[in-house]
Design a protein around this ligand. Structure first.
Ligand code: SAH
Length: 347
């Protein structure tokens, strides 16, 4: 157990075990909520801060930061206590600020267009690490204009497959929505999955108030299996059935992500086939022109073509939009920034 992973009662127990007076536990807890490490807890005696070093901190520090000159998007590379690096992004919108967080270092899902999975999954992230990303961003970019917080929305769409790190992600969601913690409304949180069907059914019971996004990326098993190996285990029909169950159970529409890949899933026939599959479902399609990853050899599409594909869907009465491009000048798709910096560091 690390300090950042502890609940308030666990902090009380851990501090009592170190022989610390109980009023200090509340102070420690306040600091940890802000993601502050013991050595920087300035209202504690030095001897106590030293004692606390017996337990690992379990948080992150900002290793690199890149700010987009275009739209103010900030891309962070966080360093963890075991020296692993992982990405997070702060995006500014008119309605608030969204943070995109990673759930694993790397990923095991093997999607053919994604940079995060190129070297597999190094390890799962713990709830305390994910909470620490938020705290570090809040400290780095303090709220402006009299607002009480910078981060209003969270998307778990960084590197990793959230449902492949199920327990840690559910614990993180409980803590981040708790009034004792960051208190971010579940309605302002989206979790994106490649479609691990049995976990989707569990997730709708454990986290019914968050928005579920499913990476669909294809209208047929043939195309989906060619770009997403997970489709061989959970084919598209089962994924769509779980999405429908989710919409029925929660009353919330499911968002399908669809990365448009040139000459793969972007034709008029693909749009019609997709519309046919989604007809009648409470859902929305989020179209993303592929951000080509050089190691992957797949083609992107122009934004114009993405709008055309969107119109083909809309004409079939499928709700769809093309995702806004954020921070295009500071590095692209999932896992690309970490990869580039690791390559630089390793010469
Ligand atoms: N593992 C989760 C979260 C991944 S990232 C999932 O699969 O949903 C969020 C989205 O970005 C996913 O839809 C993913 O498929 C997509 N993505 C990954 N690499 C991309 C790329 N190079 N271009 C466009 N979208 C990409």
């Amino acid at each position: 157990m690390t300090w950042m992973d502890m609940t308030e009662s666990e902090i009380r127990e851990a501090t009592a075990a170190l022989g610390v007076p109980s009023f200090r536990a509340a102070q420690i807890s306040d600091w940890l909520k802000k993601g502050v490490r013991p050595s920087e807890m300035s209202n504690l005696p030095k001897s106590l801060r030293e004692k606390m070093a017996a337990v690992p901190f379990g948080g992150a520090t900002i290793f690199r930061k890149y700010v987009s000159a275009k739209d103010g998007t900030v891309k962070y590379l966080f360093a963890l206590e075991d020296d692993n690096l992982v990405e997070g992004v702060l995006m500014r919108y008119s309605y608030g600020n969204t943070v995109c967080l990673s759930t694993q270092i790397g990923c095991n899902m093997g999607c053919k267009f994604c940079a995060s999975t190129l070297n597999g999954c190094v390890r799962n992230l713990r709830p305390g690490e994910m909470l620490s990303f938020l705290a570090e961003i809040e400290r780095d970019e303090p709220p402006k204009d009299g607002k009480s917080r910078t981060i209003t929305n969270i998307v778990l769409m960084g590197s990793g497959e959230p449902l492949d790190n199920y327990d840690n992600v559910v614990t993180f969601l409980k803590r981040v929505t708790s009034p004792d913690g960051p208190n971010i409304s579940a309605r302002n949180i989206s979790v994106s999955t490649c479609g691990i069907v049995p976990k989707i059914y569990r997730f709708m019971e454990d986290a019914p108030h968050v928005t579920l996004s499913i990476s669909l990326h294809a209208p047929s098993d043939e195309i989906r299996s060619s770009v997403m190996p997970i489709n061989k285990a959970y084919p598209i029909g089962e994924v769509l059935a779980s999405a429908k169950a989710y919409a029925d159970r929660t009353g919330r529409r499911v968002v399908f992500e669809y990365a448009l890949i040139g000459e793969t899933n972007d034709s008029h026939a693909d749009a019609i086939a997709l519309a046919k599959r989604l007809k009648g479902m409470l859902c929305h399609v989020n179209l993303i022109p592929l951000n080509p990853v050089k190691e992957r050899g797949l083609k992107g599409v122009s934004r114009e073509h993405a709008y055309q594909f969107c119109e083909w869907l809309n004409r079939e009465h499928i709700s769809a939009t093309v995702r806004r491009e954020m921070g295009a000048d500071i590095d692209g798709a999932c896992g690309q920034l970490r990869r580039r910096v690791l390559n630089e560091l390793n010469g």
